[in-house]
Design a protein around this ligand. Structure first.
Ligand code: PLP
Length: 482
């Protein structure tokens, strides 16, 4: 591709991008592609000679786009969203254009220094104490693994890094049954053994019970284990339950346990002072992670990872021998030593674009609007006589199910709601996902997509009710027929 062709194609693409975002509601939210439908359209072997960009772009539109689920559709209510916004997309374009690998200060001083500043901005925005220092990671999964590795190394005075495990080292870790699967994955990767991860019971709000933590720590001590680390969650994936940080933190302090706080989704909501109650006790935390790529209008991937003790973090990962340390080292951050990967993308740029474009108030307004929409839905659900809320709604995730009068068998309700979700998602008009709470099938509706408006929520709620009631009539008819 010549420079001239690049310029022409780039203009064409930007127009397509703007049209796409403007008209994204024309697409079915969830792709209707059948398994293997896309791969069958892709040649088995690569072309020997270069193809025209027009042909490549045509195939993108005709093969790829229909096989995509449209996460930027305002009626995307599934999982947690992967937020995006125009300034964030523009920053991604510039990042790709610069194509820099920002592993150390010297390989792009602006990337390192912008990252340092953005982590300070974000820290202030969410009300994290100044004693925390931040670094950008790709995902919360990676940040949590980093936290567990640091906990392991601090506890063993960096001995496992040096010599590996010895048989008498038997560490235990603690979280609730509602904790994200990335915690168990991290425990496995860190070599600690998932059998040593204690998943503790939750209360009626799905939050970890501190008493259960204390008991488990005591029991493990008596049995010769070394309790190592607790993972508390602000905003569990299932139902956005908020673990009680202060009570957990006090137990961690008493037993010298590393406290890692996973606020992957909910952390963004801490930009709202009225929600800072969630982080009461944060001073006890050794590490804290949240994902601006979930709920702060910043494209995936962008995870903010904060630690109280940068020295421990860097000692966990640092690879450069003393004699290679550069003269700037005392003054600058070489982020390759702050995490698992060596090579790094210039992710701070999108945060800078997003925060400056919206301003803190602009971001606060957007989140408050979405939380109000979720609260509105949470009020409407119990007022219908055939739907019920199944978890508190502290943020903007609503957990509910269809429960028509007269249908009370657990299996029947699970089935009915699974069928309801399937039909709603197949409609292309909205996309919901599900979870299990206390063994029950629960519909999850996360109202946090960048462009979601009240009318999208209203339309979704109407569609949910109509679809459910039609489904119930069908089921009743087929039962009568039988
Ligand atoms: C989404 C989520 C994660 C995982 O986030 P990634 O950035 O995809 O690794 C971890 N914890 C919680 C609570 C989450 O909601």
């Amino acid at each position: 591709m010549t420079q001239k062709e690049f310029r022409a194609s780039a203009h064409e693409l930007v127009d397509w991008m703007a049209d796409y975002l403007e008209g994204v509601e024309r697409y079915p939210v969830k792709s209707a592609a059948a398994p293997r439908e896309i791969i069958r359209k892709l040649p088995a072997t690569p072309p020997d000679t270069g193809e025209a960009f027009d042909d490549i772009f045509r195939d993108f539109r005709e093969i790829v786009v229909p096989g995509m689920t449209h996460w930027q559709h305002p009626s995307f209510f599934a999982y947690f969203p992967a937020n995006s916004s125009p300034p964030s997309v523009l920053a991604e374009m510039l990042m790709a254009t610069l194509g820099a690998q920002c592993m150390s200060w010297a390989t792009s001083p602006a990337a390192a220094e912008l990252e340092e500043r953005m982590m300070e901005w974000l820290r202030g925005m969410i009300g994290l104490p100044d004693s925390f220092t931040g670094v950008i990671h790709d995902t919360a999964s990676t940040a949590t693994l980093s936290a567990i590795l640091s906990a392991r190394e601090r506890r063993t005075e960096f001995l496992i890094n040096e010599r590996g495990f010895s048989p008498e080292m038997r560490f235990t870790l603690y979280c609730s049954t509602e904790t994200h699967s990335s915690i168990e994955k991290a425990v496995k990767i860190a070599g600690l053994g998932k059998a040593h991860l204690r998943k503790l019971p939750v209360d009626d709000r799905y939050a970890l019970i501190p008493r259960a933590l204390e008991d488990a720590v005591d029991r493990d001590r008596r049995r010769g284990y070394t309790p190592l680390c607790v993972i508390a969650t602000l905003g569990t994936t299932g139902s956005t339950a908020i673990d009680p940080l202060r009570a957990i933190g006090e137990i961690c302090r008493k037993h010298q346990l590393w406290l890692h706080v996973d606020a992957a989704f909910a952390g963004s909501a801490l930009i709202l002072p009225e929600l800072r109650w969630m982080m009461d006790g944060i001073e006890y935390a050794d590490s804290f992670v949240f994902n601006p790529h979930k709920w702060l209008l910043t494209n995936f991937d962008c995870t903010a990872y904060y630690v109280q003790d940068v020295g421990t973090l860097v000692r966990t990962f640092e690879i450069s021998p003393e004699y290679l340390k550069t003269s700037e080292r005392e003054q600058v951050n070489n982020y390759r030593d702050w995490g698992i990967q060596l090579g790094r993308r210039f992710r701070a740029l999108k945060l800078w674009f997003v925060i400056r474009s919206y301003g803190v108030q602009g971001l606060q307004t957007r989140l408050r609007e979405q939380i109000a929409m979720a609260q509105g839905l949470a009020d409407a659900i119990p007022q219908s006589n055939d739907f019920e809320l199944l978890a508190p709604v502290p943020l903007s995730l609503v957990c509910f199910r269809y429960h028509p009068p007269g249908v009370d068998g657990q299996a029947q309700l699970d089935n009915l709601n699974a069928m309801l979700m399937e039909q709603l998602n197949r409609s292309g008009k909205m996309y919901l996902s599900h979870t299990k709470l206390r063994g029950q099938f629960v519909l999850r509706m996360a109202i946090a997509q960048t462009n979601v408006q009240q009318h999208h929520v209203d339309e979704a709620w109407a569609l949910i009710q109509n679809t459910a009631r039609a489904l119930m009539q069908q089921t009743a008819r087929s039962l009568e027929g039988a």
